[in-house]
Design a protein around this ligand. Structure first.
Ligand SMILES: Cc1cc2nc3c(=O)[nH]c(=O)nc-3n(C[C@H](O)[C@H](O)[C@H](O)COP(=O)(O)OP(=O)(O)OC[C@H]3O[C@@H](n4cnc5c(N)ncnc54)[C@H](O)[C@@H]3O)c2cc1C
Length: 404
């Protein structure tokens, strides 16, 4: 198997890299590189620039803005985007609900929703998980009852990322309580302004306001917002979750972070010199770098095999990429904690998200870049949980790859 890029692929990589460096505002990329959450404006601005170039939804069908790229081109594009610290298009729209509507929605839904998702004219959030239905998602209890031309939804979703900005939510709901649990689920689109929807923030360990609880109390949603067939929602959810997992290794992001670690370690005083003189530290960096190279080779093998597949089913190998990729993302934040040393201690949540509850008039302790390191370290604990926890990925590997 030849894992080298062709001349055309190298030219494509250079084109994407140049575009990201010249067209995406530097201050946005610097914010992301420093480990801050991109703001809502950062995400909207970036996605609109990408959409104007035809690059916001390259994986969609061509008639809705897709690019017919090969798996290798998609891989290159995503890696370059991460390596240049460009905030990706909002995944809940572009990676999740968009492809579901394109594959299973009717023509009216496609015309109504897809262009607005591509240009982020509507902000979407993902209403799958519930208290008591995370890994075992098919146990979900939020129900929708058909009353005339409406579905009336009651229940609760949780961990709903960035729901505080959302115009729309896609929800998995139970429409047939008597059926086997996977067979009574439907996939419905709800306008967040509908009376009866309440969003409550969950403050995470890093002080962030990233996730929420979303409550539904007698929420009346037009029946035309059902995607596909009633009670077939589990099929669409499996399709969606398969897409969520692809590209989750985020090798480009870890590479970018390793470059930053080396840059900072060459400045941070330690003993008579700088941290980068410390052989023990360099050994730790090297060990993460070697594992990342091995993961990159594995990912390229998956991408090369994917180029030859004709079915669009998710490859169970993506579970290996998810586990290793998330572990390495966490390892890079551990290295950053070593770089920042005692300056990690002061509690400094992102200022964009500060609600005034924390004093902000005290001068920052340590260098400017130190404030985001501990929040990033804590926030990155999430990557081994979301997108299917790493334990669940191990179960998939055991069954689908090892045949146990
Ligand atoms: C930051 C963040 C953002 C999220 N955003 C969203 C969102 O926008 N929308 C949304 O719908 N959901 C979202 N989620 C939810 C996410 O999908 C779930 O957290 C995840 O599926 C795990 O479910 P759970 O939290 O209920 O844990 P549980 O399923 O209760 O699992 C608890 C623990 O038990 C382990 N476990 C469970 N079952 C098994 C098993 N069969 N074998 C071995 N171990 C097992 C798990 O690995 C985990 O360690 C988000 C989660 C996080 C952390």
């Amino acid at each position: 198997m030849d894992l080298r890029f062709t001349q055309a692929e190298i030219a494509f990589r250079d084109e994407a890299r140049a575009f990201f460096r010249t067209q995406i505002p530097r201050e946005i990329r610097e914010r992301v590189s420093a480990g801050r959450h991109p703001t809502k404006d950062d995400i909207v601005t970036t996605q609109r620039i990408l959409n104007a170039r035809g690059w916001a939804v390259p994986h969609w069908p061509r008639e809705w803005g897709g690019q017919d790229w090969t798996p290798v081109q998609r891989y290159i594009f995503n890696e370059e985007m991460q390596a240049e610290a460009v905030p990706p298009p909002l995944p809940f729209g572009t990676q999740m609900v968009g492809p579901v509507i394109a594959a299973f929605g009717n023509e009216a839904q496609k015309r109504r929703f897809l262009p607005r998702i591509a240009n982020i004219d509507a902000w979407w959030c993902q209403g799958c998980s519930e208290p008591g239905a995370g890994s075992d998602l098919a146990s979900l209890k939020t129900r929708a009852e058909r009353v005339g031309d409406f579905y009336v939804i009651n229940g609760q979703k949780t961990w709903t990322t960035l729901a505080q900005y959302a115009d729309w939510i896609f929800v998995l709901v139970r429409t047939d309580a008597a059926a086997k649990k996977q067979e009574g689920i439907s996939f419905i689109l709800a306008d967040m302004k509908t009376p009866g929807i309440t969003v409550r923030p969950i403050v995470t360990i890093d002080g962030g306001r990233e996730v929420n609880e979303v409550f539904f109390d007698d929420v009346r949603v037009p029946a035309e917002n059902l995607v596909g067939q009633e009670n077939k929602g589990w099929d669409y959810a499996k399709f969606l979750l398969g897409n969520e997992r692809s590209g989750i290794a985020r090798i480009g992001l870890s590479k970018e972070r390793l470059r930053r670690i080396k840059r900072l370690a060459a400045e941070v005083p330690a003993g008579d010199g700088v941290l980068w003189d410390d052989m023990d530290f360099r050994k730790q960096v090297a060990s993460v770098e070697i594992e990342l190279k091995a993961l990159e080779m594995t990912q390229l093998r998956v991408v090369a095999a994917d180029s030859k597949r004709t079915d669009r089913k998710p490859d169970p190998m993506s579970s290996i990429l998810k586990i290793k990729g998330s572990e390495l993302q966490q390892a890079t934040t551990e290295l950053l904690m070593r770089v920042v040393g005692p300056y990690a201690l002061p509690y400094a949540p992102d200022e964009e998200e500060d609600d005034g509850a924390h004093p902000t008039n005290a001068p920052p302790a340590g260098p400017d870049w130190a404030a985001t390191v501990a929040p990033l370290y804590f926030n990155t604990r999430k990557v081994s949980i979301y997108g299917g926890s790493n334990e669940i990925q191990r179960n998939i590997i055991a069954k689908a790859i090892l045949g146990l």
